[in-house]
Write a protein that binds this ligand. Structure first.
Ligand SMILES: [Zn+2]
Length: 316
């Protein structure tokens, strides 16, 4: 249904139609980053989103683009489970890229919305994966609860992540954790939504305890559903934007990593960055914005049952 909806919005909404035409001729480039292949996407239309001011004052002052009353007149939505609206993303990164926003203006919060993420992933399967950007690490509307939905095949890296050896942390929940190109990644999978939620929330609590903070940990979360099983992939972050984002002149690198960038498709709205970025620089950006190795190890040690610690995949 979403597919038909996206196509019909392209017909009735010239802005979206134009954005999709631009997307069709967008340039991409492959980079090797550590052991991983990363795709750069030169997408000038993402300049607004990547360059958005996200401080509290700027957010408070701007009209919220996810509130229905501020949406463009051409934008239509599909009501989802009476509480969310499925919308076509007006600056898509992939063909058929949706934003799923709460009907009410309430802040991004993964703990209270995890049930919905899991439900949405099941409803969106097998064609789509659903993801969440934390309010301080990628969400362009941190004040309005929302998820995004993209084609499942769009991010090959996510599939690779489900290959490493998994360990059982519960009779029905398996997990793997490790560094991949200096990103801090945790994968959990289960056929049991309640058990998955229990361990995901415990995971967040452990991070809060170790970081001595009550705030939501900086996290980008993907959730997919395949063969009766959910997969939740989390990227743990230290900060949103790298220092080079704020640099002047030639030193500036205009990348603003959210979930999609962390999962291996890095958006570069400026041609210079698209042409100049190399694997080493990208890896150093991943290192800078990801939770550091020492803290990450501490979290994983607390999360996993002691006797099986050694079987964790913790690539250097
Ligand atoms: Zn809003």
């Amino acid at each position: 249904m979403s597919h038909i909806f996206f196509e019909s919005q392209k017909e009735s909404w010239p802005g979206l139609s134009l954005a999709c035409r631009d997307l069709a001729c967008v340039q991409t480039r492959e980079l090797v980053c550590g052991n991983d292949a990363i795709t750069l996407q030169y997408n000038p239309a993402r300049q607004i989103s990547s360059g958005a001011a996200l401080d509290k004052e700027s957010i408070r002052k701007r009209p919220c683009f996810l509130c229905v009353e501020n949406q463009p007149p051409e934008q239509q939505g599909i009501l989802y489970r009476d509480t969310y609206l499925i919308l076509c993303n007006p600056a898509p990164i992939f063909d058929h890229h949706f934003t799923v926003g709460s009907l009410t203006h309430e802040p991004q919060d993964i703990m209270s919305s995890f049930d919905m993420l899991v439900q949405m992933a099941m409803d969106a399967s097998p064609d789509y994966t659903v993801f969440y950007n934390g309010p301080a690490c990628g969400a362009s509307a941190p004040d309005h609860l929302h998820f995004q939905m993209i084609p499942y095949e769009a991010l090959p890296f996510l599939k690779e992540l489900t290959q490493p050896p998994m360990i059982k942390i519960d009779p029905s929940v398996r997990m793997a954790a490790g560094k991949s190109c200096d990103r801090s990644v945790v994968v959990m999978e289960s056929k049991n939504a309640a058990a998955l939620k229990k361990h995901f929330l415990r995971f967040l609590k452990i991070i809060q305890t170790i970081l001595s903070s009550d705030d939501e940990p900086l996290i980008n979360v993907f959730c997919s559903y395949e063969k009766d099983r959910w997969q939740v992939i989390s990227f743990l972050r230290r900060k949103h934007r790298p220092a080079a984002y704020f640099a002047e002149g030639d030193q500036r690198i205009f990348v603003s990593p959210g979930a999609i960038d962390m999962a291996g498709v890095v958006i570069t709205p400026r041609l210079a960055d698209f042409e100049n970025l190399d694997g080493d620089t990208l890896q150093s950006i991943y290192r800078e914005v990801s939770l550091d190795k020492k803290t990450f190890k501490k979290i994983i040690r607390s999360l996993t049952p002691c006797p099986q610690k050694k079987s964790l995949s913790t690539a250097p």
